[in-house]
Write a protein that binds this ligand. Structure first.
Ligand code: GLP
Length: 242
Protein backbone atom coordinates (compact mmCIF):
# COMPACT_ATOMS: atom_id res chain seq x y z
CA UNK A 1 0.00 0.00 0.00
CA UNK A 2 1.32 3.38 -0.94
CA UNK A 3 0.06 5.79 1.73
CA UNK A 4 0.31 9.50 0.94
CA UNK A 5 -0.48 11.93 3.74
CA UNK A 6 -1.49 15.41 2.67
CA UNK A 7 -2.42 18.60 4.49
CA UNK A 8 -6.10 18.79 3.75
CA UNK A 9 -9.07 17.85 1.59
CA UNK A 10 -8.03 20.15 -1.26
CA UNK A 11 -4.57 18.64 -1.50
CA UNK A 12 -6.07 15.15 -1.34
CA UNK A 13 -8.33 16.00 -4.28
CA UNK A 14 -5.46 17.48 -6.30
CA UNK A 15 -3.23 14.43 -5.80
CA UNK A 16 -6.12 12.13 -6.72
CA UNK A 17 -6.79 14.18 -9.83
CA UNK A 18 -3.15 13.82 -10.95
CA UNK A 19 -3.52 10.04 -10.76
CA UNK A 20 -6.83 9.96 -12.64
CA UNK A 21 -5.62 12.37 -15.29
CA UNK A 22 -2.48 10.30 -15.91
CA UNK A 23 -4.57 7.16 -16.22
CA UNK A 24 -7.08 8.54 -18.72
CA UNK A 25 -4.34 10.28 -20.70
CA UNK A 26 -2.46 7.01 -21.07
CA UNK A 27 -5.60 5.01 -21.83
CA UNK A 28 -8.43 7.01 -23.32
CA UNK A 29 -10.82 4.05 -23.17
CA UNK A 30 -10.06 3.17 -19.54
CA UNK A 31 -12.71 1.47 -17.43
CA UNK A 32 -13.08 3.44 -14.21
CA UNK A 33 -14.81 2.29 -11.05
CA UNK A 34 -16.24 5.36 -9.34
CA UNK A 35 -17.48 6.15 -5.86
CA UNK A 36 -19.92 8.50 -4.18
CA UNK A 37 -19.84 10.24 -0.80
CA UNK A 38 -18.11 13.45 0.18
CA UNK A 39 -14.56 12.10 -0.30
CA UNK A 40 -14.48 12.15 -4.13
CA UNK A 41 -16.43 15.40 -4.68
CA UNK A 42 -13.29 17.57 -4.85
CA UNK A 43 -11.71 15.18 -7.34
CA UNK A 44 -14.82 15.30 -9.53
CA UNK A 45 -14.77 19.11 -9.43
CA UNK A 46 -11.18 19.09 -10.68
CA UNK A 47 -12.08 16.64 -13.45
CA UNK A 48 -14.93 18.91 -14.56
CA UNK A 49 -12.74 22.01 -14.42
CA UNK A 50 -10.02 20.28 -16.44
CA UNK A 51 -12.54 19.07 -19.00
CA UNK A 52 -13.89 22.61 -19.41
CA UNK A 53 -10.49 24.30 -19.54
CA UNK A 54 -8.24 21.72 -21.18
CA UNK A 55 -10.88 19.68 -23.04
CA UNK A 56 -9.72 16.35 -21.65
CA UNK A 57 -12.12 13.95 -23.28
CA UNK A 58 -14.17 11.16 -21.71
CA UNK A 59 -15.70 10.05 -25.04
CA UNK A 60 -14.35 6.53 -24.76
CA UNK A 61 -14.14 6.23 -20.99
CA UNK A 62 -16.39 3.63 -19.39
CA UNK A 63 -17.50 3.90 -15.77
CA UNK A 64 -18.99 1.56 -13.18
CA UNK A 65 -20.22 2.92 -9.89
CA UNK A 66 -19.75 0.97 -6.71
CA UNK A 67 -23.21 1.03 -5.29
CA UNK A 68 -26.75 2.40 -5.13
CA UNK A 69 -29.51 2.57 -2.54
CA UNK A 70 -32.42 0.20 -2.98
CA UNK A 71 -35.94 1.56 -2.99
CA UNK A 72 -35.46 5.16 -4.06
CA UNK A 73 -36.67 6.37 -7.42
CA UNK A 74 -33.70 6.87 -9.76
CA UNK A 75 -34.23 10.64 -9.78
CA UNK A 76 -34.59 10.99 -6.01
CA UNK A 77 -32.12 13.72 -4.93
CA UNK A 78 -30.13 11.26 -2.78
CA UNK A 79 -29.64 8.40 -5.22
CA UNK A 80 -26.09 7.81 -6.34
CA UNK A 81 -27.45 8.13 -9.89
CA UNK A 82 -28.39 11.74 -9.13
CA UNK A 83 -25.15 12.35 -7.24
CA UNK A 84 -22.96 11.14 -10.09
CA UNK A 85 -24.84 13.13 -12.72
CA UNK A 86 -24.82 16.33 -10.68
CA UNK A 87 -21.20 16.06 -9.61
CA UNK A 88 -19.61 14.66 -12.75
CA UNK A 89 -21.44 13.09 -15.67
CA UNK A 90 -23.59 16.12 -16.61
CA UNK A 91 -20.43 18.21 -16.95
CA UNK A 92 -18.13 16.00 -19.03
CA UNK A 93 -18.48 14.41 -22.47
CA UNK A 94 -18.93 10.82 -21.33
CA UNK A 95 -21.43 8.81 -23.39
CA UNK A 96 -24.55 7.91 -21.38
CA UNK A 97 -24.30 4.31 -22.59
CA UNK A 98 -20.81 4.06 -21.09
CA UNK A 99 -22.06 4.95 -17.60
CA UNK A 100 -23.03 2.06 -15.33
CA UNK A 101 -24.72 2.53 -11.97
CA UNK A 102 -26.64 -0.30 -10.31
CA UNK A 103 -30.37 0.23 -10.66
CA UNK A 104 -31.72 0.24 -7.12
CA UNK A 105 -35.33 0.44 -8.29
CA UNK A 106 -35.16 -2.54 -10.67
CA UNK A 107 -38.17 -4.83 -10.34
CA UNK A 108 -35.89 -7.86 -9.96
CA UNK A 109 -33.02 -6.63 -7.82
CA UNK A 110 -31.21 -9.98 -7.67
CA UNK A 111 -31.21 -10.21 -11.46
CA UNK A 112 -29.95 -6.61 -11.65
CA UNK A 113 -27.05 -7.48 -9.33
CA UNK A 114 -26.15 -10.54 -11.39
CA UNK A 115 -26.22 -8.60 -14.64
CA UNK A 116 -24.09 -5.85 -13.10
CA UNK A 117 -21.46 -8.34 -11.97
CA UNK A 118 -21.43 -9.93 -15.42
CA UNK A 119 -20.98 -6.54 -17.11
CA UNK A 120 -18.15 -5.71 -14.70
CA UNK A 121 -16.37 -8.96 -15.44
CA UNK A 122 -16.66 -8.39 -19.11
CA UNK A 123 -15.38 -4.81 -18.96
CA UNK A 124 -12.57 -5.33 -16.40
CA UNK A 125 -11.83 -2.34 -14.20
CA UNK A 126 -8.55 -0.56 -14.86
CA UNK A 127 -9.12 1.52 -11.78
CA UNK A 128 -11.37 1.68 -8.75
CA UNK A 129 -11.87 4.77 -6.62
CA UNK A 130 -12.91 4.14 -3.02
CA UNK A 131 -14.01 6.11 -0.02
CA UNK A 132 -14.14 4.31 3.30
CA UNK A 133 -16.95 4.14 5.85
CA UNK A 134 -16.15 5.03 9.45
CA UNK A 135 -16.61 1.30 10.17
CA UNK A 136 -14.19 0.33 7.42
CA UNK A 137 -16.77 -0.47 4.75
CA UNK A 138 -15.91 -0.15 1.08
CA UNK A 139 -18.73 0.34 -1.39
CA UNK A 140 -21.57 -0.77 0.85
CA UNK A 141 -19.76 -3.90 1.97
CA UNK A 142 -20.29 -3.67 5.70
CA UNK A 143 -18.18 -5.46 8.34
CA UNK A 144 -18.35 -9.27 8.06
CA UNK A 145 -19.20 -9.21 4.37
CA UNK A 146 -17.30 -12.24 3.02
CA UNK A 147 -14.14 -11.29 1.16
CA UNK A 148 -15.28 -13.44 -1.77
CA UNK A 149 -18.56 -11.53 -2.21
CA UNK A 150 -19.64 -10.32 -5.64
CA UNK A 151 -22.22 -7.69 -6.61
CA UNK A 152 -25.39 -8.23 -4.61
CA UNK A 153 -28.00 -6.90 -2.24
CA UNK A 154 -26.63 -5.77 1.11
CA UNK A 155 -28.09 -4.56 4.40
CA UNK A 156 -26.72 -1.32 5.81
CA UNK A 157 -25.53 -1.28 9.41
CA UNK A 158 -26.98 1.09 11.97
CA UNK A 159 -23.73 3.04 11.97
CA UNK A 160 -23.82 3.59 8.21
CA UNK A 161 -27.48 4.58 8.36
CA UNK A 162 -26.59 7.11 11.07
CA UNK A 163 -23.56 8.38 9.11
CA UNK A 164 -25.66 8.87 5.99
CA UNK A 165 -28.70 10.42 7.72
CA UNK A 166 -27.11 13.82 7.10
CA UNK A 167 -28.19 13.47 3.47
CA UNK A 168 -31.77 12.58 4.46
CA UNK A 169 -32.86 15.60 6.59
CA UNK A 170 -30.94 14.03 9.53
CA UNK A 171 -33.79 11.54 9.80
CA UNK A 172 -32.57 7.94 10.10
CA UNK A 173 -36.05 6.74 9.15
CA UNK A 174 -35.62 8.21 5.69
CA UNK A 175 -32.34 6.42 4.98
CA UNK A 176 -32.76 3.27 2.89
CA UNK A 177 -31.77 0.13 4.79
CA UNK A 178 -30.52 -1.82 1.79
CA UNK A 179 -28.29 -1.21 -1.18
CA UNK A 180 -26.95 -2.98 -4.20
CA UNK A 181 -23.17 -3.01 -4.03
CA UNK A 182 -20.21 -4.31 -5.96
CA UNK A 183 -18.77 -7.11 -3.85
CA UNK A 184 -15.37 -7.17 -2.24
CA UNK A 185 -14.07 -9.70 -4.77
CA UNK A 186 -15.42 -7.50 -7.58
CA UNK A 187 -13.51 -4.49 -6.20
CA UNK A 188 -10.31 -6.49 -5.73
CA UNK A 189 -10.27 -7.38 -9.43
CA UNK A 190 -9.55 -3.75 -10.36
CA UNK A 191 -6.00 -3.32 -11.63
CA UNK A 192 -5.40 -0.18 -9.60
CA UNK A 193 -7.20 1.09 -6.49
CA UNK A 194 -7.24 4.59 -5.03
CA UNK A 195 -8.63 5.23 -1.55
CA UNK A 196 -9.50 8.75 -0.38
CA UNK A 197 -10.31 9.73 3.17
CA UNK A 198 -10.24 12.85 5.26
CA UNK A 199 -11.18 13.85 8.77
CA UNK A 200 -10.78 12.41 12.26
CA UNK A 201 -13.90 10.27 11.88
CA UNK A 202 -11.97 8.05 9.47
CA UNK A 203 -8.80 7.69 11.58
CA UNK A 204 -9.71 4.33 13.18
CA UNK A 205 -10.84 2.78 9.89
CA UNK A 206 -7.65 3.99 8.18
CA UNK A 207 -5.53 2.53 10.97
CA UNK A 208 -7.28 -0.83 10.58
CA UNK A 209 -6.98 -0.74 6.81
CA UNK A 210 -3.23 -0.04 6.88
CA UNK A 211 -1.96 -1.77 10.02
CA UNK A 212 -4.78 -4.06 11.15
CA UNK A 213 -5.19 -7.77 10.61
CA UNK A 214 -6.72 -8.66 7.25
CA UNK A 215 -10.11 -9.61 8.60
CA UNK A 216 -13.73 -9.47 7.49
CA UNK A 217 -14.55 -7.35 10.56
CA UNK A 218 -12.88 -4.47 8.68
CA UNK A 219 -13.65 -4.84 4.97
CA UNK A 220 -11.01 -2.33 3.80
CA UNK A 221 -8.24 -4.44 5.41
CA UNK A 222 -8.44 -6.76 2.37
CA UNK A 223 -6.76 -4.01 0.36
CA UNK A 224 -3.46 -5.04 2.00
CA UNK A 225 -3.63 -8.08 -0.31
CA UNK A 226 -3.93 -6.02 -3.50
CA UNK A 227 -0.71 -5.18 -5.35
CA UNK A 228 -1.56 -1.65 -6.53
CA UNK A 229 -3.30 0.43 -3.88
CA UNK A 230 -2.69 4.12 -3.30
CA UNK A 231 -4.20 5.76 -0.23
CA UNK A 232 -4.43 9.55 -0.09
CA UNK A 233 -5.47 10.87 3.31
CA UNK A 234 -5.32 14.14 5.17
CA UNK A 235 -3.44 14.57 8.44
CA UNK A 236 -6.55 13.97 10.55
CA UNK A 237 -7.43 10.69 8.88
CA UNK A 238 -3.76 9.69 9.20
CA UNK A 239 -3.52 10.71 12.85
CA UNK A 240 -3.57 7.15 14.23
CA UNK A 241 -1.06 5.70 11.80
CA UNK A 242 2.35 4.65 13.12
C1 GLP B 1 -21.14 5.60 1.70
C2 GLP B 1 -20.76 4.96 0.37
C3 GLP B 1 -19.31 4.57 0.32
C4 GLP B 1 -18.48 5.74 0.81
C5 GLP B 1 -18.78 6.02 2.24
C6 GLP B 1 -17.96 7.17 2.82
O1 GLP B 1 -21.64 4.72 2.63
N1 GLP B 1 -21.54 3.81 0.05
O2 GLP B 1 -18.97 4.18 -0.98
O3 GLP B 1 -17.13 5.45 0.65
O4 GLP B 1 -20.14 6.35 2.34
O5 GLP B 1 -18.53 8.39 2.50
P1 GLP B 1 -17.87 9.79 2.68
O6 GLP B 1 -16.85 9.92 1.63
O7 GLP B 1 -18.99 10.77 2.53
O8 GLP B 1 -17.30 9.82 4.06
Amino acid sequence: MNVIVVKDYQEMSEKAFEIVLKLITEKNNAVLGLATGSSPVGLYQLMVKDHQQNHTSYQDIVTFNLDEYIGLDKHHPQTYYTFMHQNLFDHIDIKPENVHIPNGSASDIEAEAKAYEAALNQAQLDFQLLGIGSNGHIGFNEPYTPFDSVTGVVNLTERTIKDNARFFDNDINKVPTQAISMGIASIMKAKKILVLASGLKKADAIYGMVHGKVDESLPASILQNHNDVTVIIDEQAASKLK
